[in-house]
Design a protein around this ligand. Structure first.
Ligand SMILES: [Zn+2]
Ligand SMILES: [Zn+2]
Length: 344
């Protein structure tokens, strides 16, 4: 089969590799769509401890089942399924309490397990037993269903900040994740949804995805602007959706009393920030982080897509064949659109 094999940093090669052999408790997926995630690009440039090379990366996956092992009862040939990233081990304390994205094994598609930038993708026993594998309703395309993965991660982050009716929600970062956050905040009944981005076009484009205000941080100080917008009170909810350390400080600075702040955006390992803890103390602020998603949240994302509550097709702005994976990565990095889909 054809696969984009990540051989070493900055080097990904599309070549023929053996098609996975399917064991009796496994299934094989013909990948129809695998979306490019910011973390794929981070892995491409900087690697990741959980990715041993060579490996096929890509974890926002949807496709059709073409082979099932004799002992598999949950899937049959012809089923269309969406596959998320985080695969719970199923047995540790976090998995048992329903927080499989905090699993001590931390398995994921496109990390320890070969991912979706290939013609076929193996769903091993672990993935079939505990992983985020969900059937796609007929009227939802594989491209749309692949985006249940990032939307599931957004839902995880949004569940933690508990947006309430009438809240002011500020999202720092106007990429696909930030705009999905804006869409979900709207479903929660937020009154003001403001997206901050250093790229003016991107900040403004967020208005098409659920935001009703934006701040171009290249021109105005986002903390001052949020304070002005809220009459000095600060935002009820702030989420970071970009890999920039200074935005984590800004998030705390622009949050109000009793605010919920989610440092969602991952930073390069070892990054530190200096902050004045009293700002959190006197405002009784809730500062949290979130990463990944659980199979339940992946399913919920797929349900929201299927119901039309989130118009996910509007997030798809670029498509590339597998051969052009480098172009796909470049398109995602250049930030000219939203999600980039690879069609193997
Ligand atoms: Zn992702
Ligand atoms: Zn676990």
């Amino acid at each position: 089969m054809k696969a984009a094999v990540f051989k070493q940093l900055e080097n990904i090669v599309v070549e023929d590799v053996p098609r996975p052999v399917v064991g009796e408790r496994e299934a094989l997926l013909k990948v129809e769509a695998c979306a490019v995630c910011g973390s794929d690009i981070r892995i491409f440039h900087h690697g990741n401890d959980r990715v041993k090379l060579p490996q096929i990366i890509g974890h926002e996956i949807a496709g059709r089942v073409v082979e099932v092992g004799g002992k598999v009862t949950t899937l049959k040939i012809g089923d269309r399924v969406a596959v998320g990233a985080d695969v719970p081990c199923g047995h540790c304390a976090y998995c048992e309490s329903g927080h499989g994205n905090n699993c001590s094994e931390n398995y994921a598609m496109g990390y320890q397990f070969a991912g979706g930038f290939a013609e076929y993708c193996l769903l091993n026993e672990q993935v079939l037993n505990y992983g985020p594998v969900h059937k796609i309703p007929d009227h939802v395309s594989c491209e749309e269903a692949a985006l249940a993965e990032p939307l599931g991660c957004v839902i995880n982050g949004m569940e933690m900040v508990d947006v309430r009716l009438g809240d002011t929600v500020v999202i720092i970062g106007g990429g696909p994740i930030g705009c999905m956050m804006a869409s979900v905040a709207r479903l929660h009944g937020a009154a003001k949804i403001v997206v901050v981005d250093k790229n003016e076009r991107r900040a403004r484009a967020s208005l098409e995805y659920g935001a009703n205000g934006y701040i171009w941080s290249g021109e105005a100080d986002p903390v001052e602007q949020v304070m002005k917008l809220t009459g000095g009170a600060g935002a009820d909810v702030v989420l970071t959706a970009c890999p920039v350390a200074s935005t984590h400080l800004q998030a705390i600075e622009m949050a109000g009393h009793r605010a919920r702040v989610n440092l969602f955006g991952g930073l390069p390992a070892g990054t530190t920030i200096t902050l004045e803890p009293n700002k959190i103390h006197y405002k009784e602020m809730f500062v949290m982080g979130s990463h990944g998603s659980t199979p339940r949240q992946h399913k919920l994302a797929l349900d929201l897509i299927a119901s039309g509550k989130i118009d996910i097709s509007r997030f798809i702005t670029h498509r590339f064949p597998l051969e052009d994976i480098r172009l796909a990565f470049r398109a995602a990095e250049e930030q000219n659109g939203m999600k980039v889909i690879v069609n193997p």
